[in-house]
Design a protein around this ligand. Structure first.
Ligand SMILES: C[S@@+](CC[C@H](N)C(=O)[O-])C[C@H]1O[C@@H](n2cnc3c(N)ncnc32)[C@H](O)[C@@H]1O
Length: 246
């Protein structure tokens, strides 16, 4: 099922607050940049403040939700970036590539406009089974179809370096796996509305009802309680960096 990005934008900023620890990781790859293009920029999460930034985003609703302190935003898509070759030092794309209509074309466009490197945050399907899949079995299939593998990314980008991004227990950016240690959060429809994978599922009501029952009965804790000992977890999120002259 297609995602309505304007609908996703409604409460996006309330539930998708950039996480400080993830931001620090992203920023280590943006240091010393004079200019950055943020592709699939949404409301502007993780945009650096130390340099000139231009945001490219296809949803007018997302653009309208950007604060006045945010970088200039242009309506447009990754597949057809309206800038000349080498117009920016770095092109970044955070949790966006799985939404694109044509990934190889979008990544070729990012490479074309970036003089130095392309920086992506994405999800890679090589992580251990996550408890949410027990409640929402469609999730893995959907994510498997829309997220590229590292091999695919390498074939589109050339050289890549990959860095694990562990998700903190109190992650403020409410993406799909962010509430791994706070399962009751998924029972809140506003939390789900800020997560596009839920809108791609054909039916998740039965999974939600089971999750609610298992939280109330203690079944969730007896099955997955070992997670409550952890402060952060590798759930498959990866920073992928491709240097042009490496
Ligand atoms: C999950 S949001 C991520 C937004 C932002 N990067 C962030 O980290 O909060 C995915 C974004 O990708 C955008 N998007 C969807 N299709 C796109 C495309 N073909 N090219 C560029 N961006 C696209 C959506 O409109 C949405 O704003």
């Amino acid at each position: 099922m297609a995602v309505n990005y304007d609908a996703l934008a409604v409460d996006y900023q309330a539930y998708r607050i950039p996480d400080r620890r993830i931001s620090e990781k992203i920023n280590t790859h943006l240091e010393n940049a004079g200019s950055v293009l943020n592709v699939g920029a949404g409301t502007g999460s993780y945009e650096p403040r130390h340099c000139k930034v231009v945001a490219l985003e296809p949803s007018q609703e997302m653009i309208s939700k950007r604060g006045i302190d945010k970088a200039e935003a242009i309506l447009g898509s990754a597949e057809n970036i309206p800038f000349q070759d080498d117009a920016f030092e770095i092109a970044m794309g955070i949790l966006t590539i799985h939404h694109w209509r044509n990934l190889p074309r979008g990544l070729a466009e990012m490479k074309r406009v970036a003089r130095r490197k392309v920086v992506l945050l994405t999800w890679i399907d090589d992580s251990p089974r996550f408890w949410m899949q027990d409640y929402f079995p469609e999730m893995r299939d959907i994510d498997h179809q829309i997220f590229p593998t590292l091999t695919e990314l390498e074939s589109y980008l050339g050289n890549i370096k990959v860095e694990v991004v562990e998700i903190p227990e109190d992650c403020t950016d409410g993406f799909m796996c962010a509430y791994w240690k706070r399962p009751a959060a998924y029972l809140d429809h506003r939390v789900r509305a800020a997560i596009s994978t839920f809108s791609r599922m054909s039916d998740y009501e039965a999974g939600l009802a089971k999750l609610k029952d298992d939280l109330e009965s203690g079944e969730w804790k007896s099955k997955y309680g070992q997670l409550l000992e952890m402060n952060s977890l590798d759930l498959g999120y990866r920073l992928v960096v491709s240097e042009k002259n490496a």
